[in-house]
Design a protein around this ligand. Structure first.
Ligand code: ZN
Length: 387
């Protein structure tokens, strides 16, 4: 079934009639009231659209603008500019191995995620950001209220088709502060400092559905798929702070490796020697990162958390160069300043100040994070992206 949201219905009515958004909303609310709250806002919107003679589903043969793409559609054709390329990743199931890739494309009406399976996924390695791609015979799935075009063996993907031109790409990763995050935020970027890092957790998942496996007499089993070949997974949880708030950030797989700057083999060492994480943690703390991803509501704790899609670490060489230049451009140090500096070093008070800062810090570490740190770390199960 093709899914359409209330918001999409309102937009369709707005396009096809002369009513303002406000007026349409009024009609919908009136309809809800008329039917004594027996129908949802979406149901009312459908009725209003019907009464106004606005078709909700076009006969969608041919090329679609991105905003007109709806969950449940098949044989979708569209063209967009590539704004993100998350790369090709292997996956294994009981019967076969395969590849998976994902991209975000945009046109002047909006942006959408494109998921490529197997043979067609290979092509993602050739796609650069800014390329125009044309998609044919894709099907649209809903993933957490977000639409995705999936391309399998039947689909076609053409990179930079000569006869297609997208004038504008409406896609922005919204930079937000932690305090501004809401549970439905996707494609949001945060700039924050790592203030706590928890040891990575290793676990096994079902290669078919990605859910955590449990151990039974028969071995590792998936609730849904039974006995499967376990696939190793790992997750790391961090607390990040941007001055407006602290949030728990969850990183899986590639993001873990990127963040820790480790290979999978290096990471595996931590399984047997978790104490080796101490050094890594020391390096992570205080690191400022730019991370894009999505917010998710942890229902158990009623709080918003952030799942990282892409982490950017500071470019140290660039930063160092900048620092060097800054230092070079400083006027020569005067002797009086050196003296002052020496005095400052010997100043007992300054030592005390440092000590008290340390105490505060310890206090914060012991108490401040307790609440955020008190529960079991999450696994991918909670955040599983339906692939
Ligand atoms: Zn499974």
């Amino acid at each position: 079934m093709i899914k359409i949201t209330t918001e999409e219905i309102i937009q369709k009515i707005k396009e096809k009639t002369s009513y303002s958004e406000e007026a349409i909303n009024e009609m919908i609310n009136k309809k809800v009231k008329q039917l004594s709250g027996l129908i949802t806002k979406e149901g009312a919107a459908r009725i209003v659209a019907n009464e106004l003679g606005v078709p909700l589903f076009n006969n969608f043969s041919g090329k679609l603008k991105i905003k007109n793409i709806l969950s449940g559609m098949r044989d979708v054709e569209t063209v967009g500019i590539v704004k993100q390329n998350f790369g090709v990743k292997p996956f294994t199931t009981q019967n076969r191995e395969g590849k998976l890739a994902s991209l975000i494309i945009a046109d002047e009406t909006g942006a959408i995620r494109v998921v490529l399976w197997n043979d067609i996924a290979e092509q993602a390695s050739k796609i650069k950001i800014g390329d125009t791609i044309k998609i044919k015979a894709g099907y649209v799935r809903d993933n957490n209220n977000s639409k995705e075009i999936h391309l399998n063996e039947r689909a076609k993907l053409i990179i930079n088709p000569p006869d297609e031109k997208v004038e504008e790409a409406k896609y922005e990763v919204k930079r937000k502060t932690i305090s501004e995050l809401t549970e439905n935020d996707r494609d949001v970027e945060l700039k924050a400092t790592i203030v706590q890092a928890f040891e990575p957790r290793f676990y096994y998942v079902c290669p078919e559905c990605g859910k955590k496996l449990s151990l039974s007499e028969a071995g590792m089993v998936c609730e849904q798929h039974g006995k499967v070949k376990p696939q190793e997974a790992y997750v790391i949880n961090l607390l990040i702070d941007d001055g407006t708030g602290i949030i728990r950030m969850v990183c899986f797989k590639e993001q873990v490796l990127k963040l820790l700057n480790k290979s999978e083999e290096d990471l595996a060492v931590l399984k047997d020697s978790p104490e080796k994480f101490d050094e890594i943690r020391r390096e992570l703390l205080g690191t400022e990162i730019v991370v894009s991803g999505r917010a998710t509501l942890n229902k158990m704790f009623g709080r918003i958390e952030f799942v990282a899609d892409k982490i950017e670490l500071p470019d140290y060489t660039e930063e160092e160069e900048k620092l060097k230049k800054d230092v070079e451009s400083l006027p020569p140090v005067e002797e009086s300043l050196v003296e002052e500096n020496e005095n400052f070093k010997n100043d007992k008070n300054s030592e005390l100040r440092t000590e008290s800062n340390k105490e505060n810090r310890k206090d914060f570490e012991n108490k401040g994070f307790e609440e955020l740190d008190s529960e079991e770390s999450h696994t991918q199960e909670d955040y599983f992206e339906e692939f």
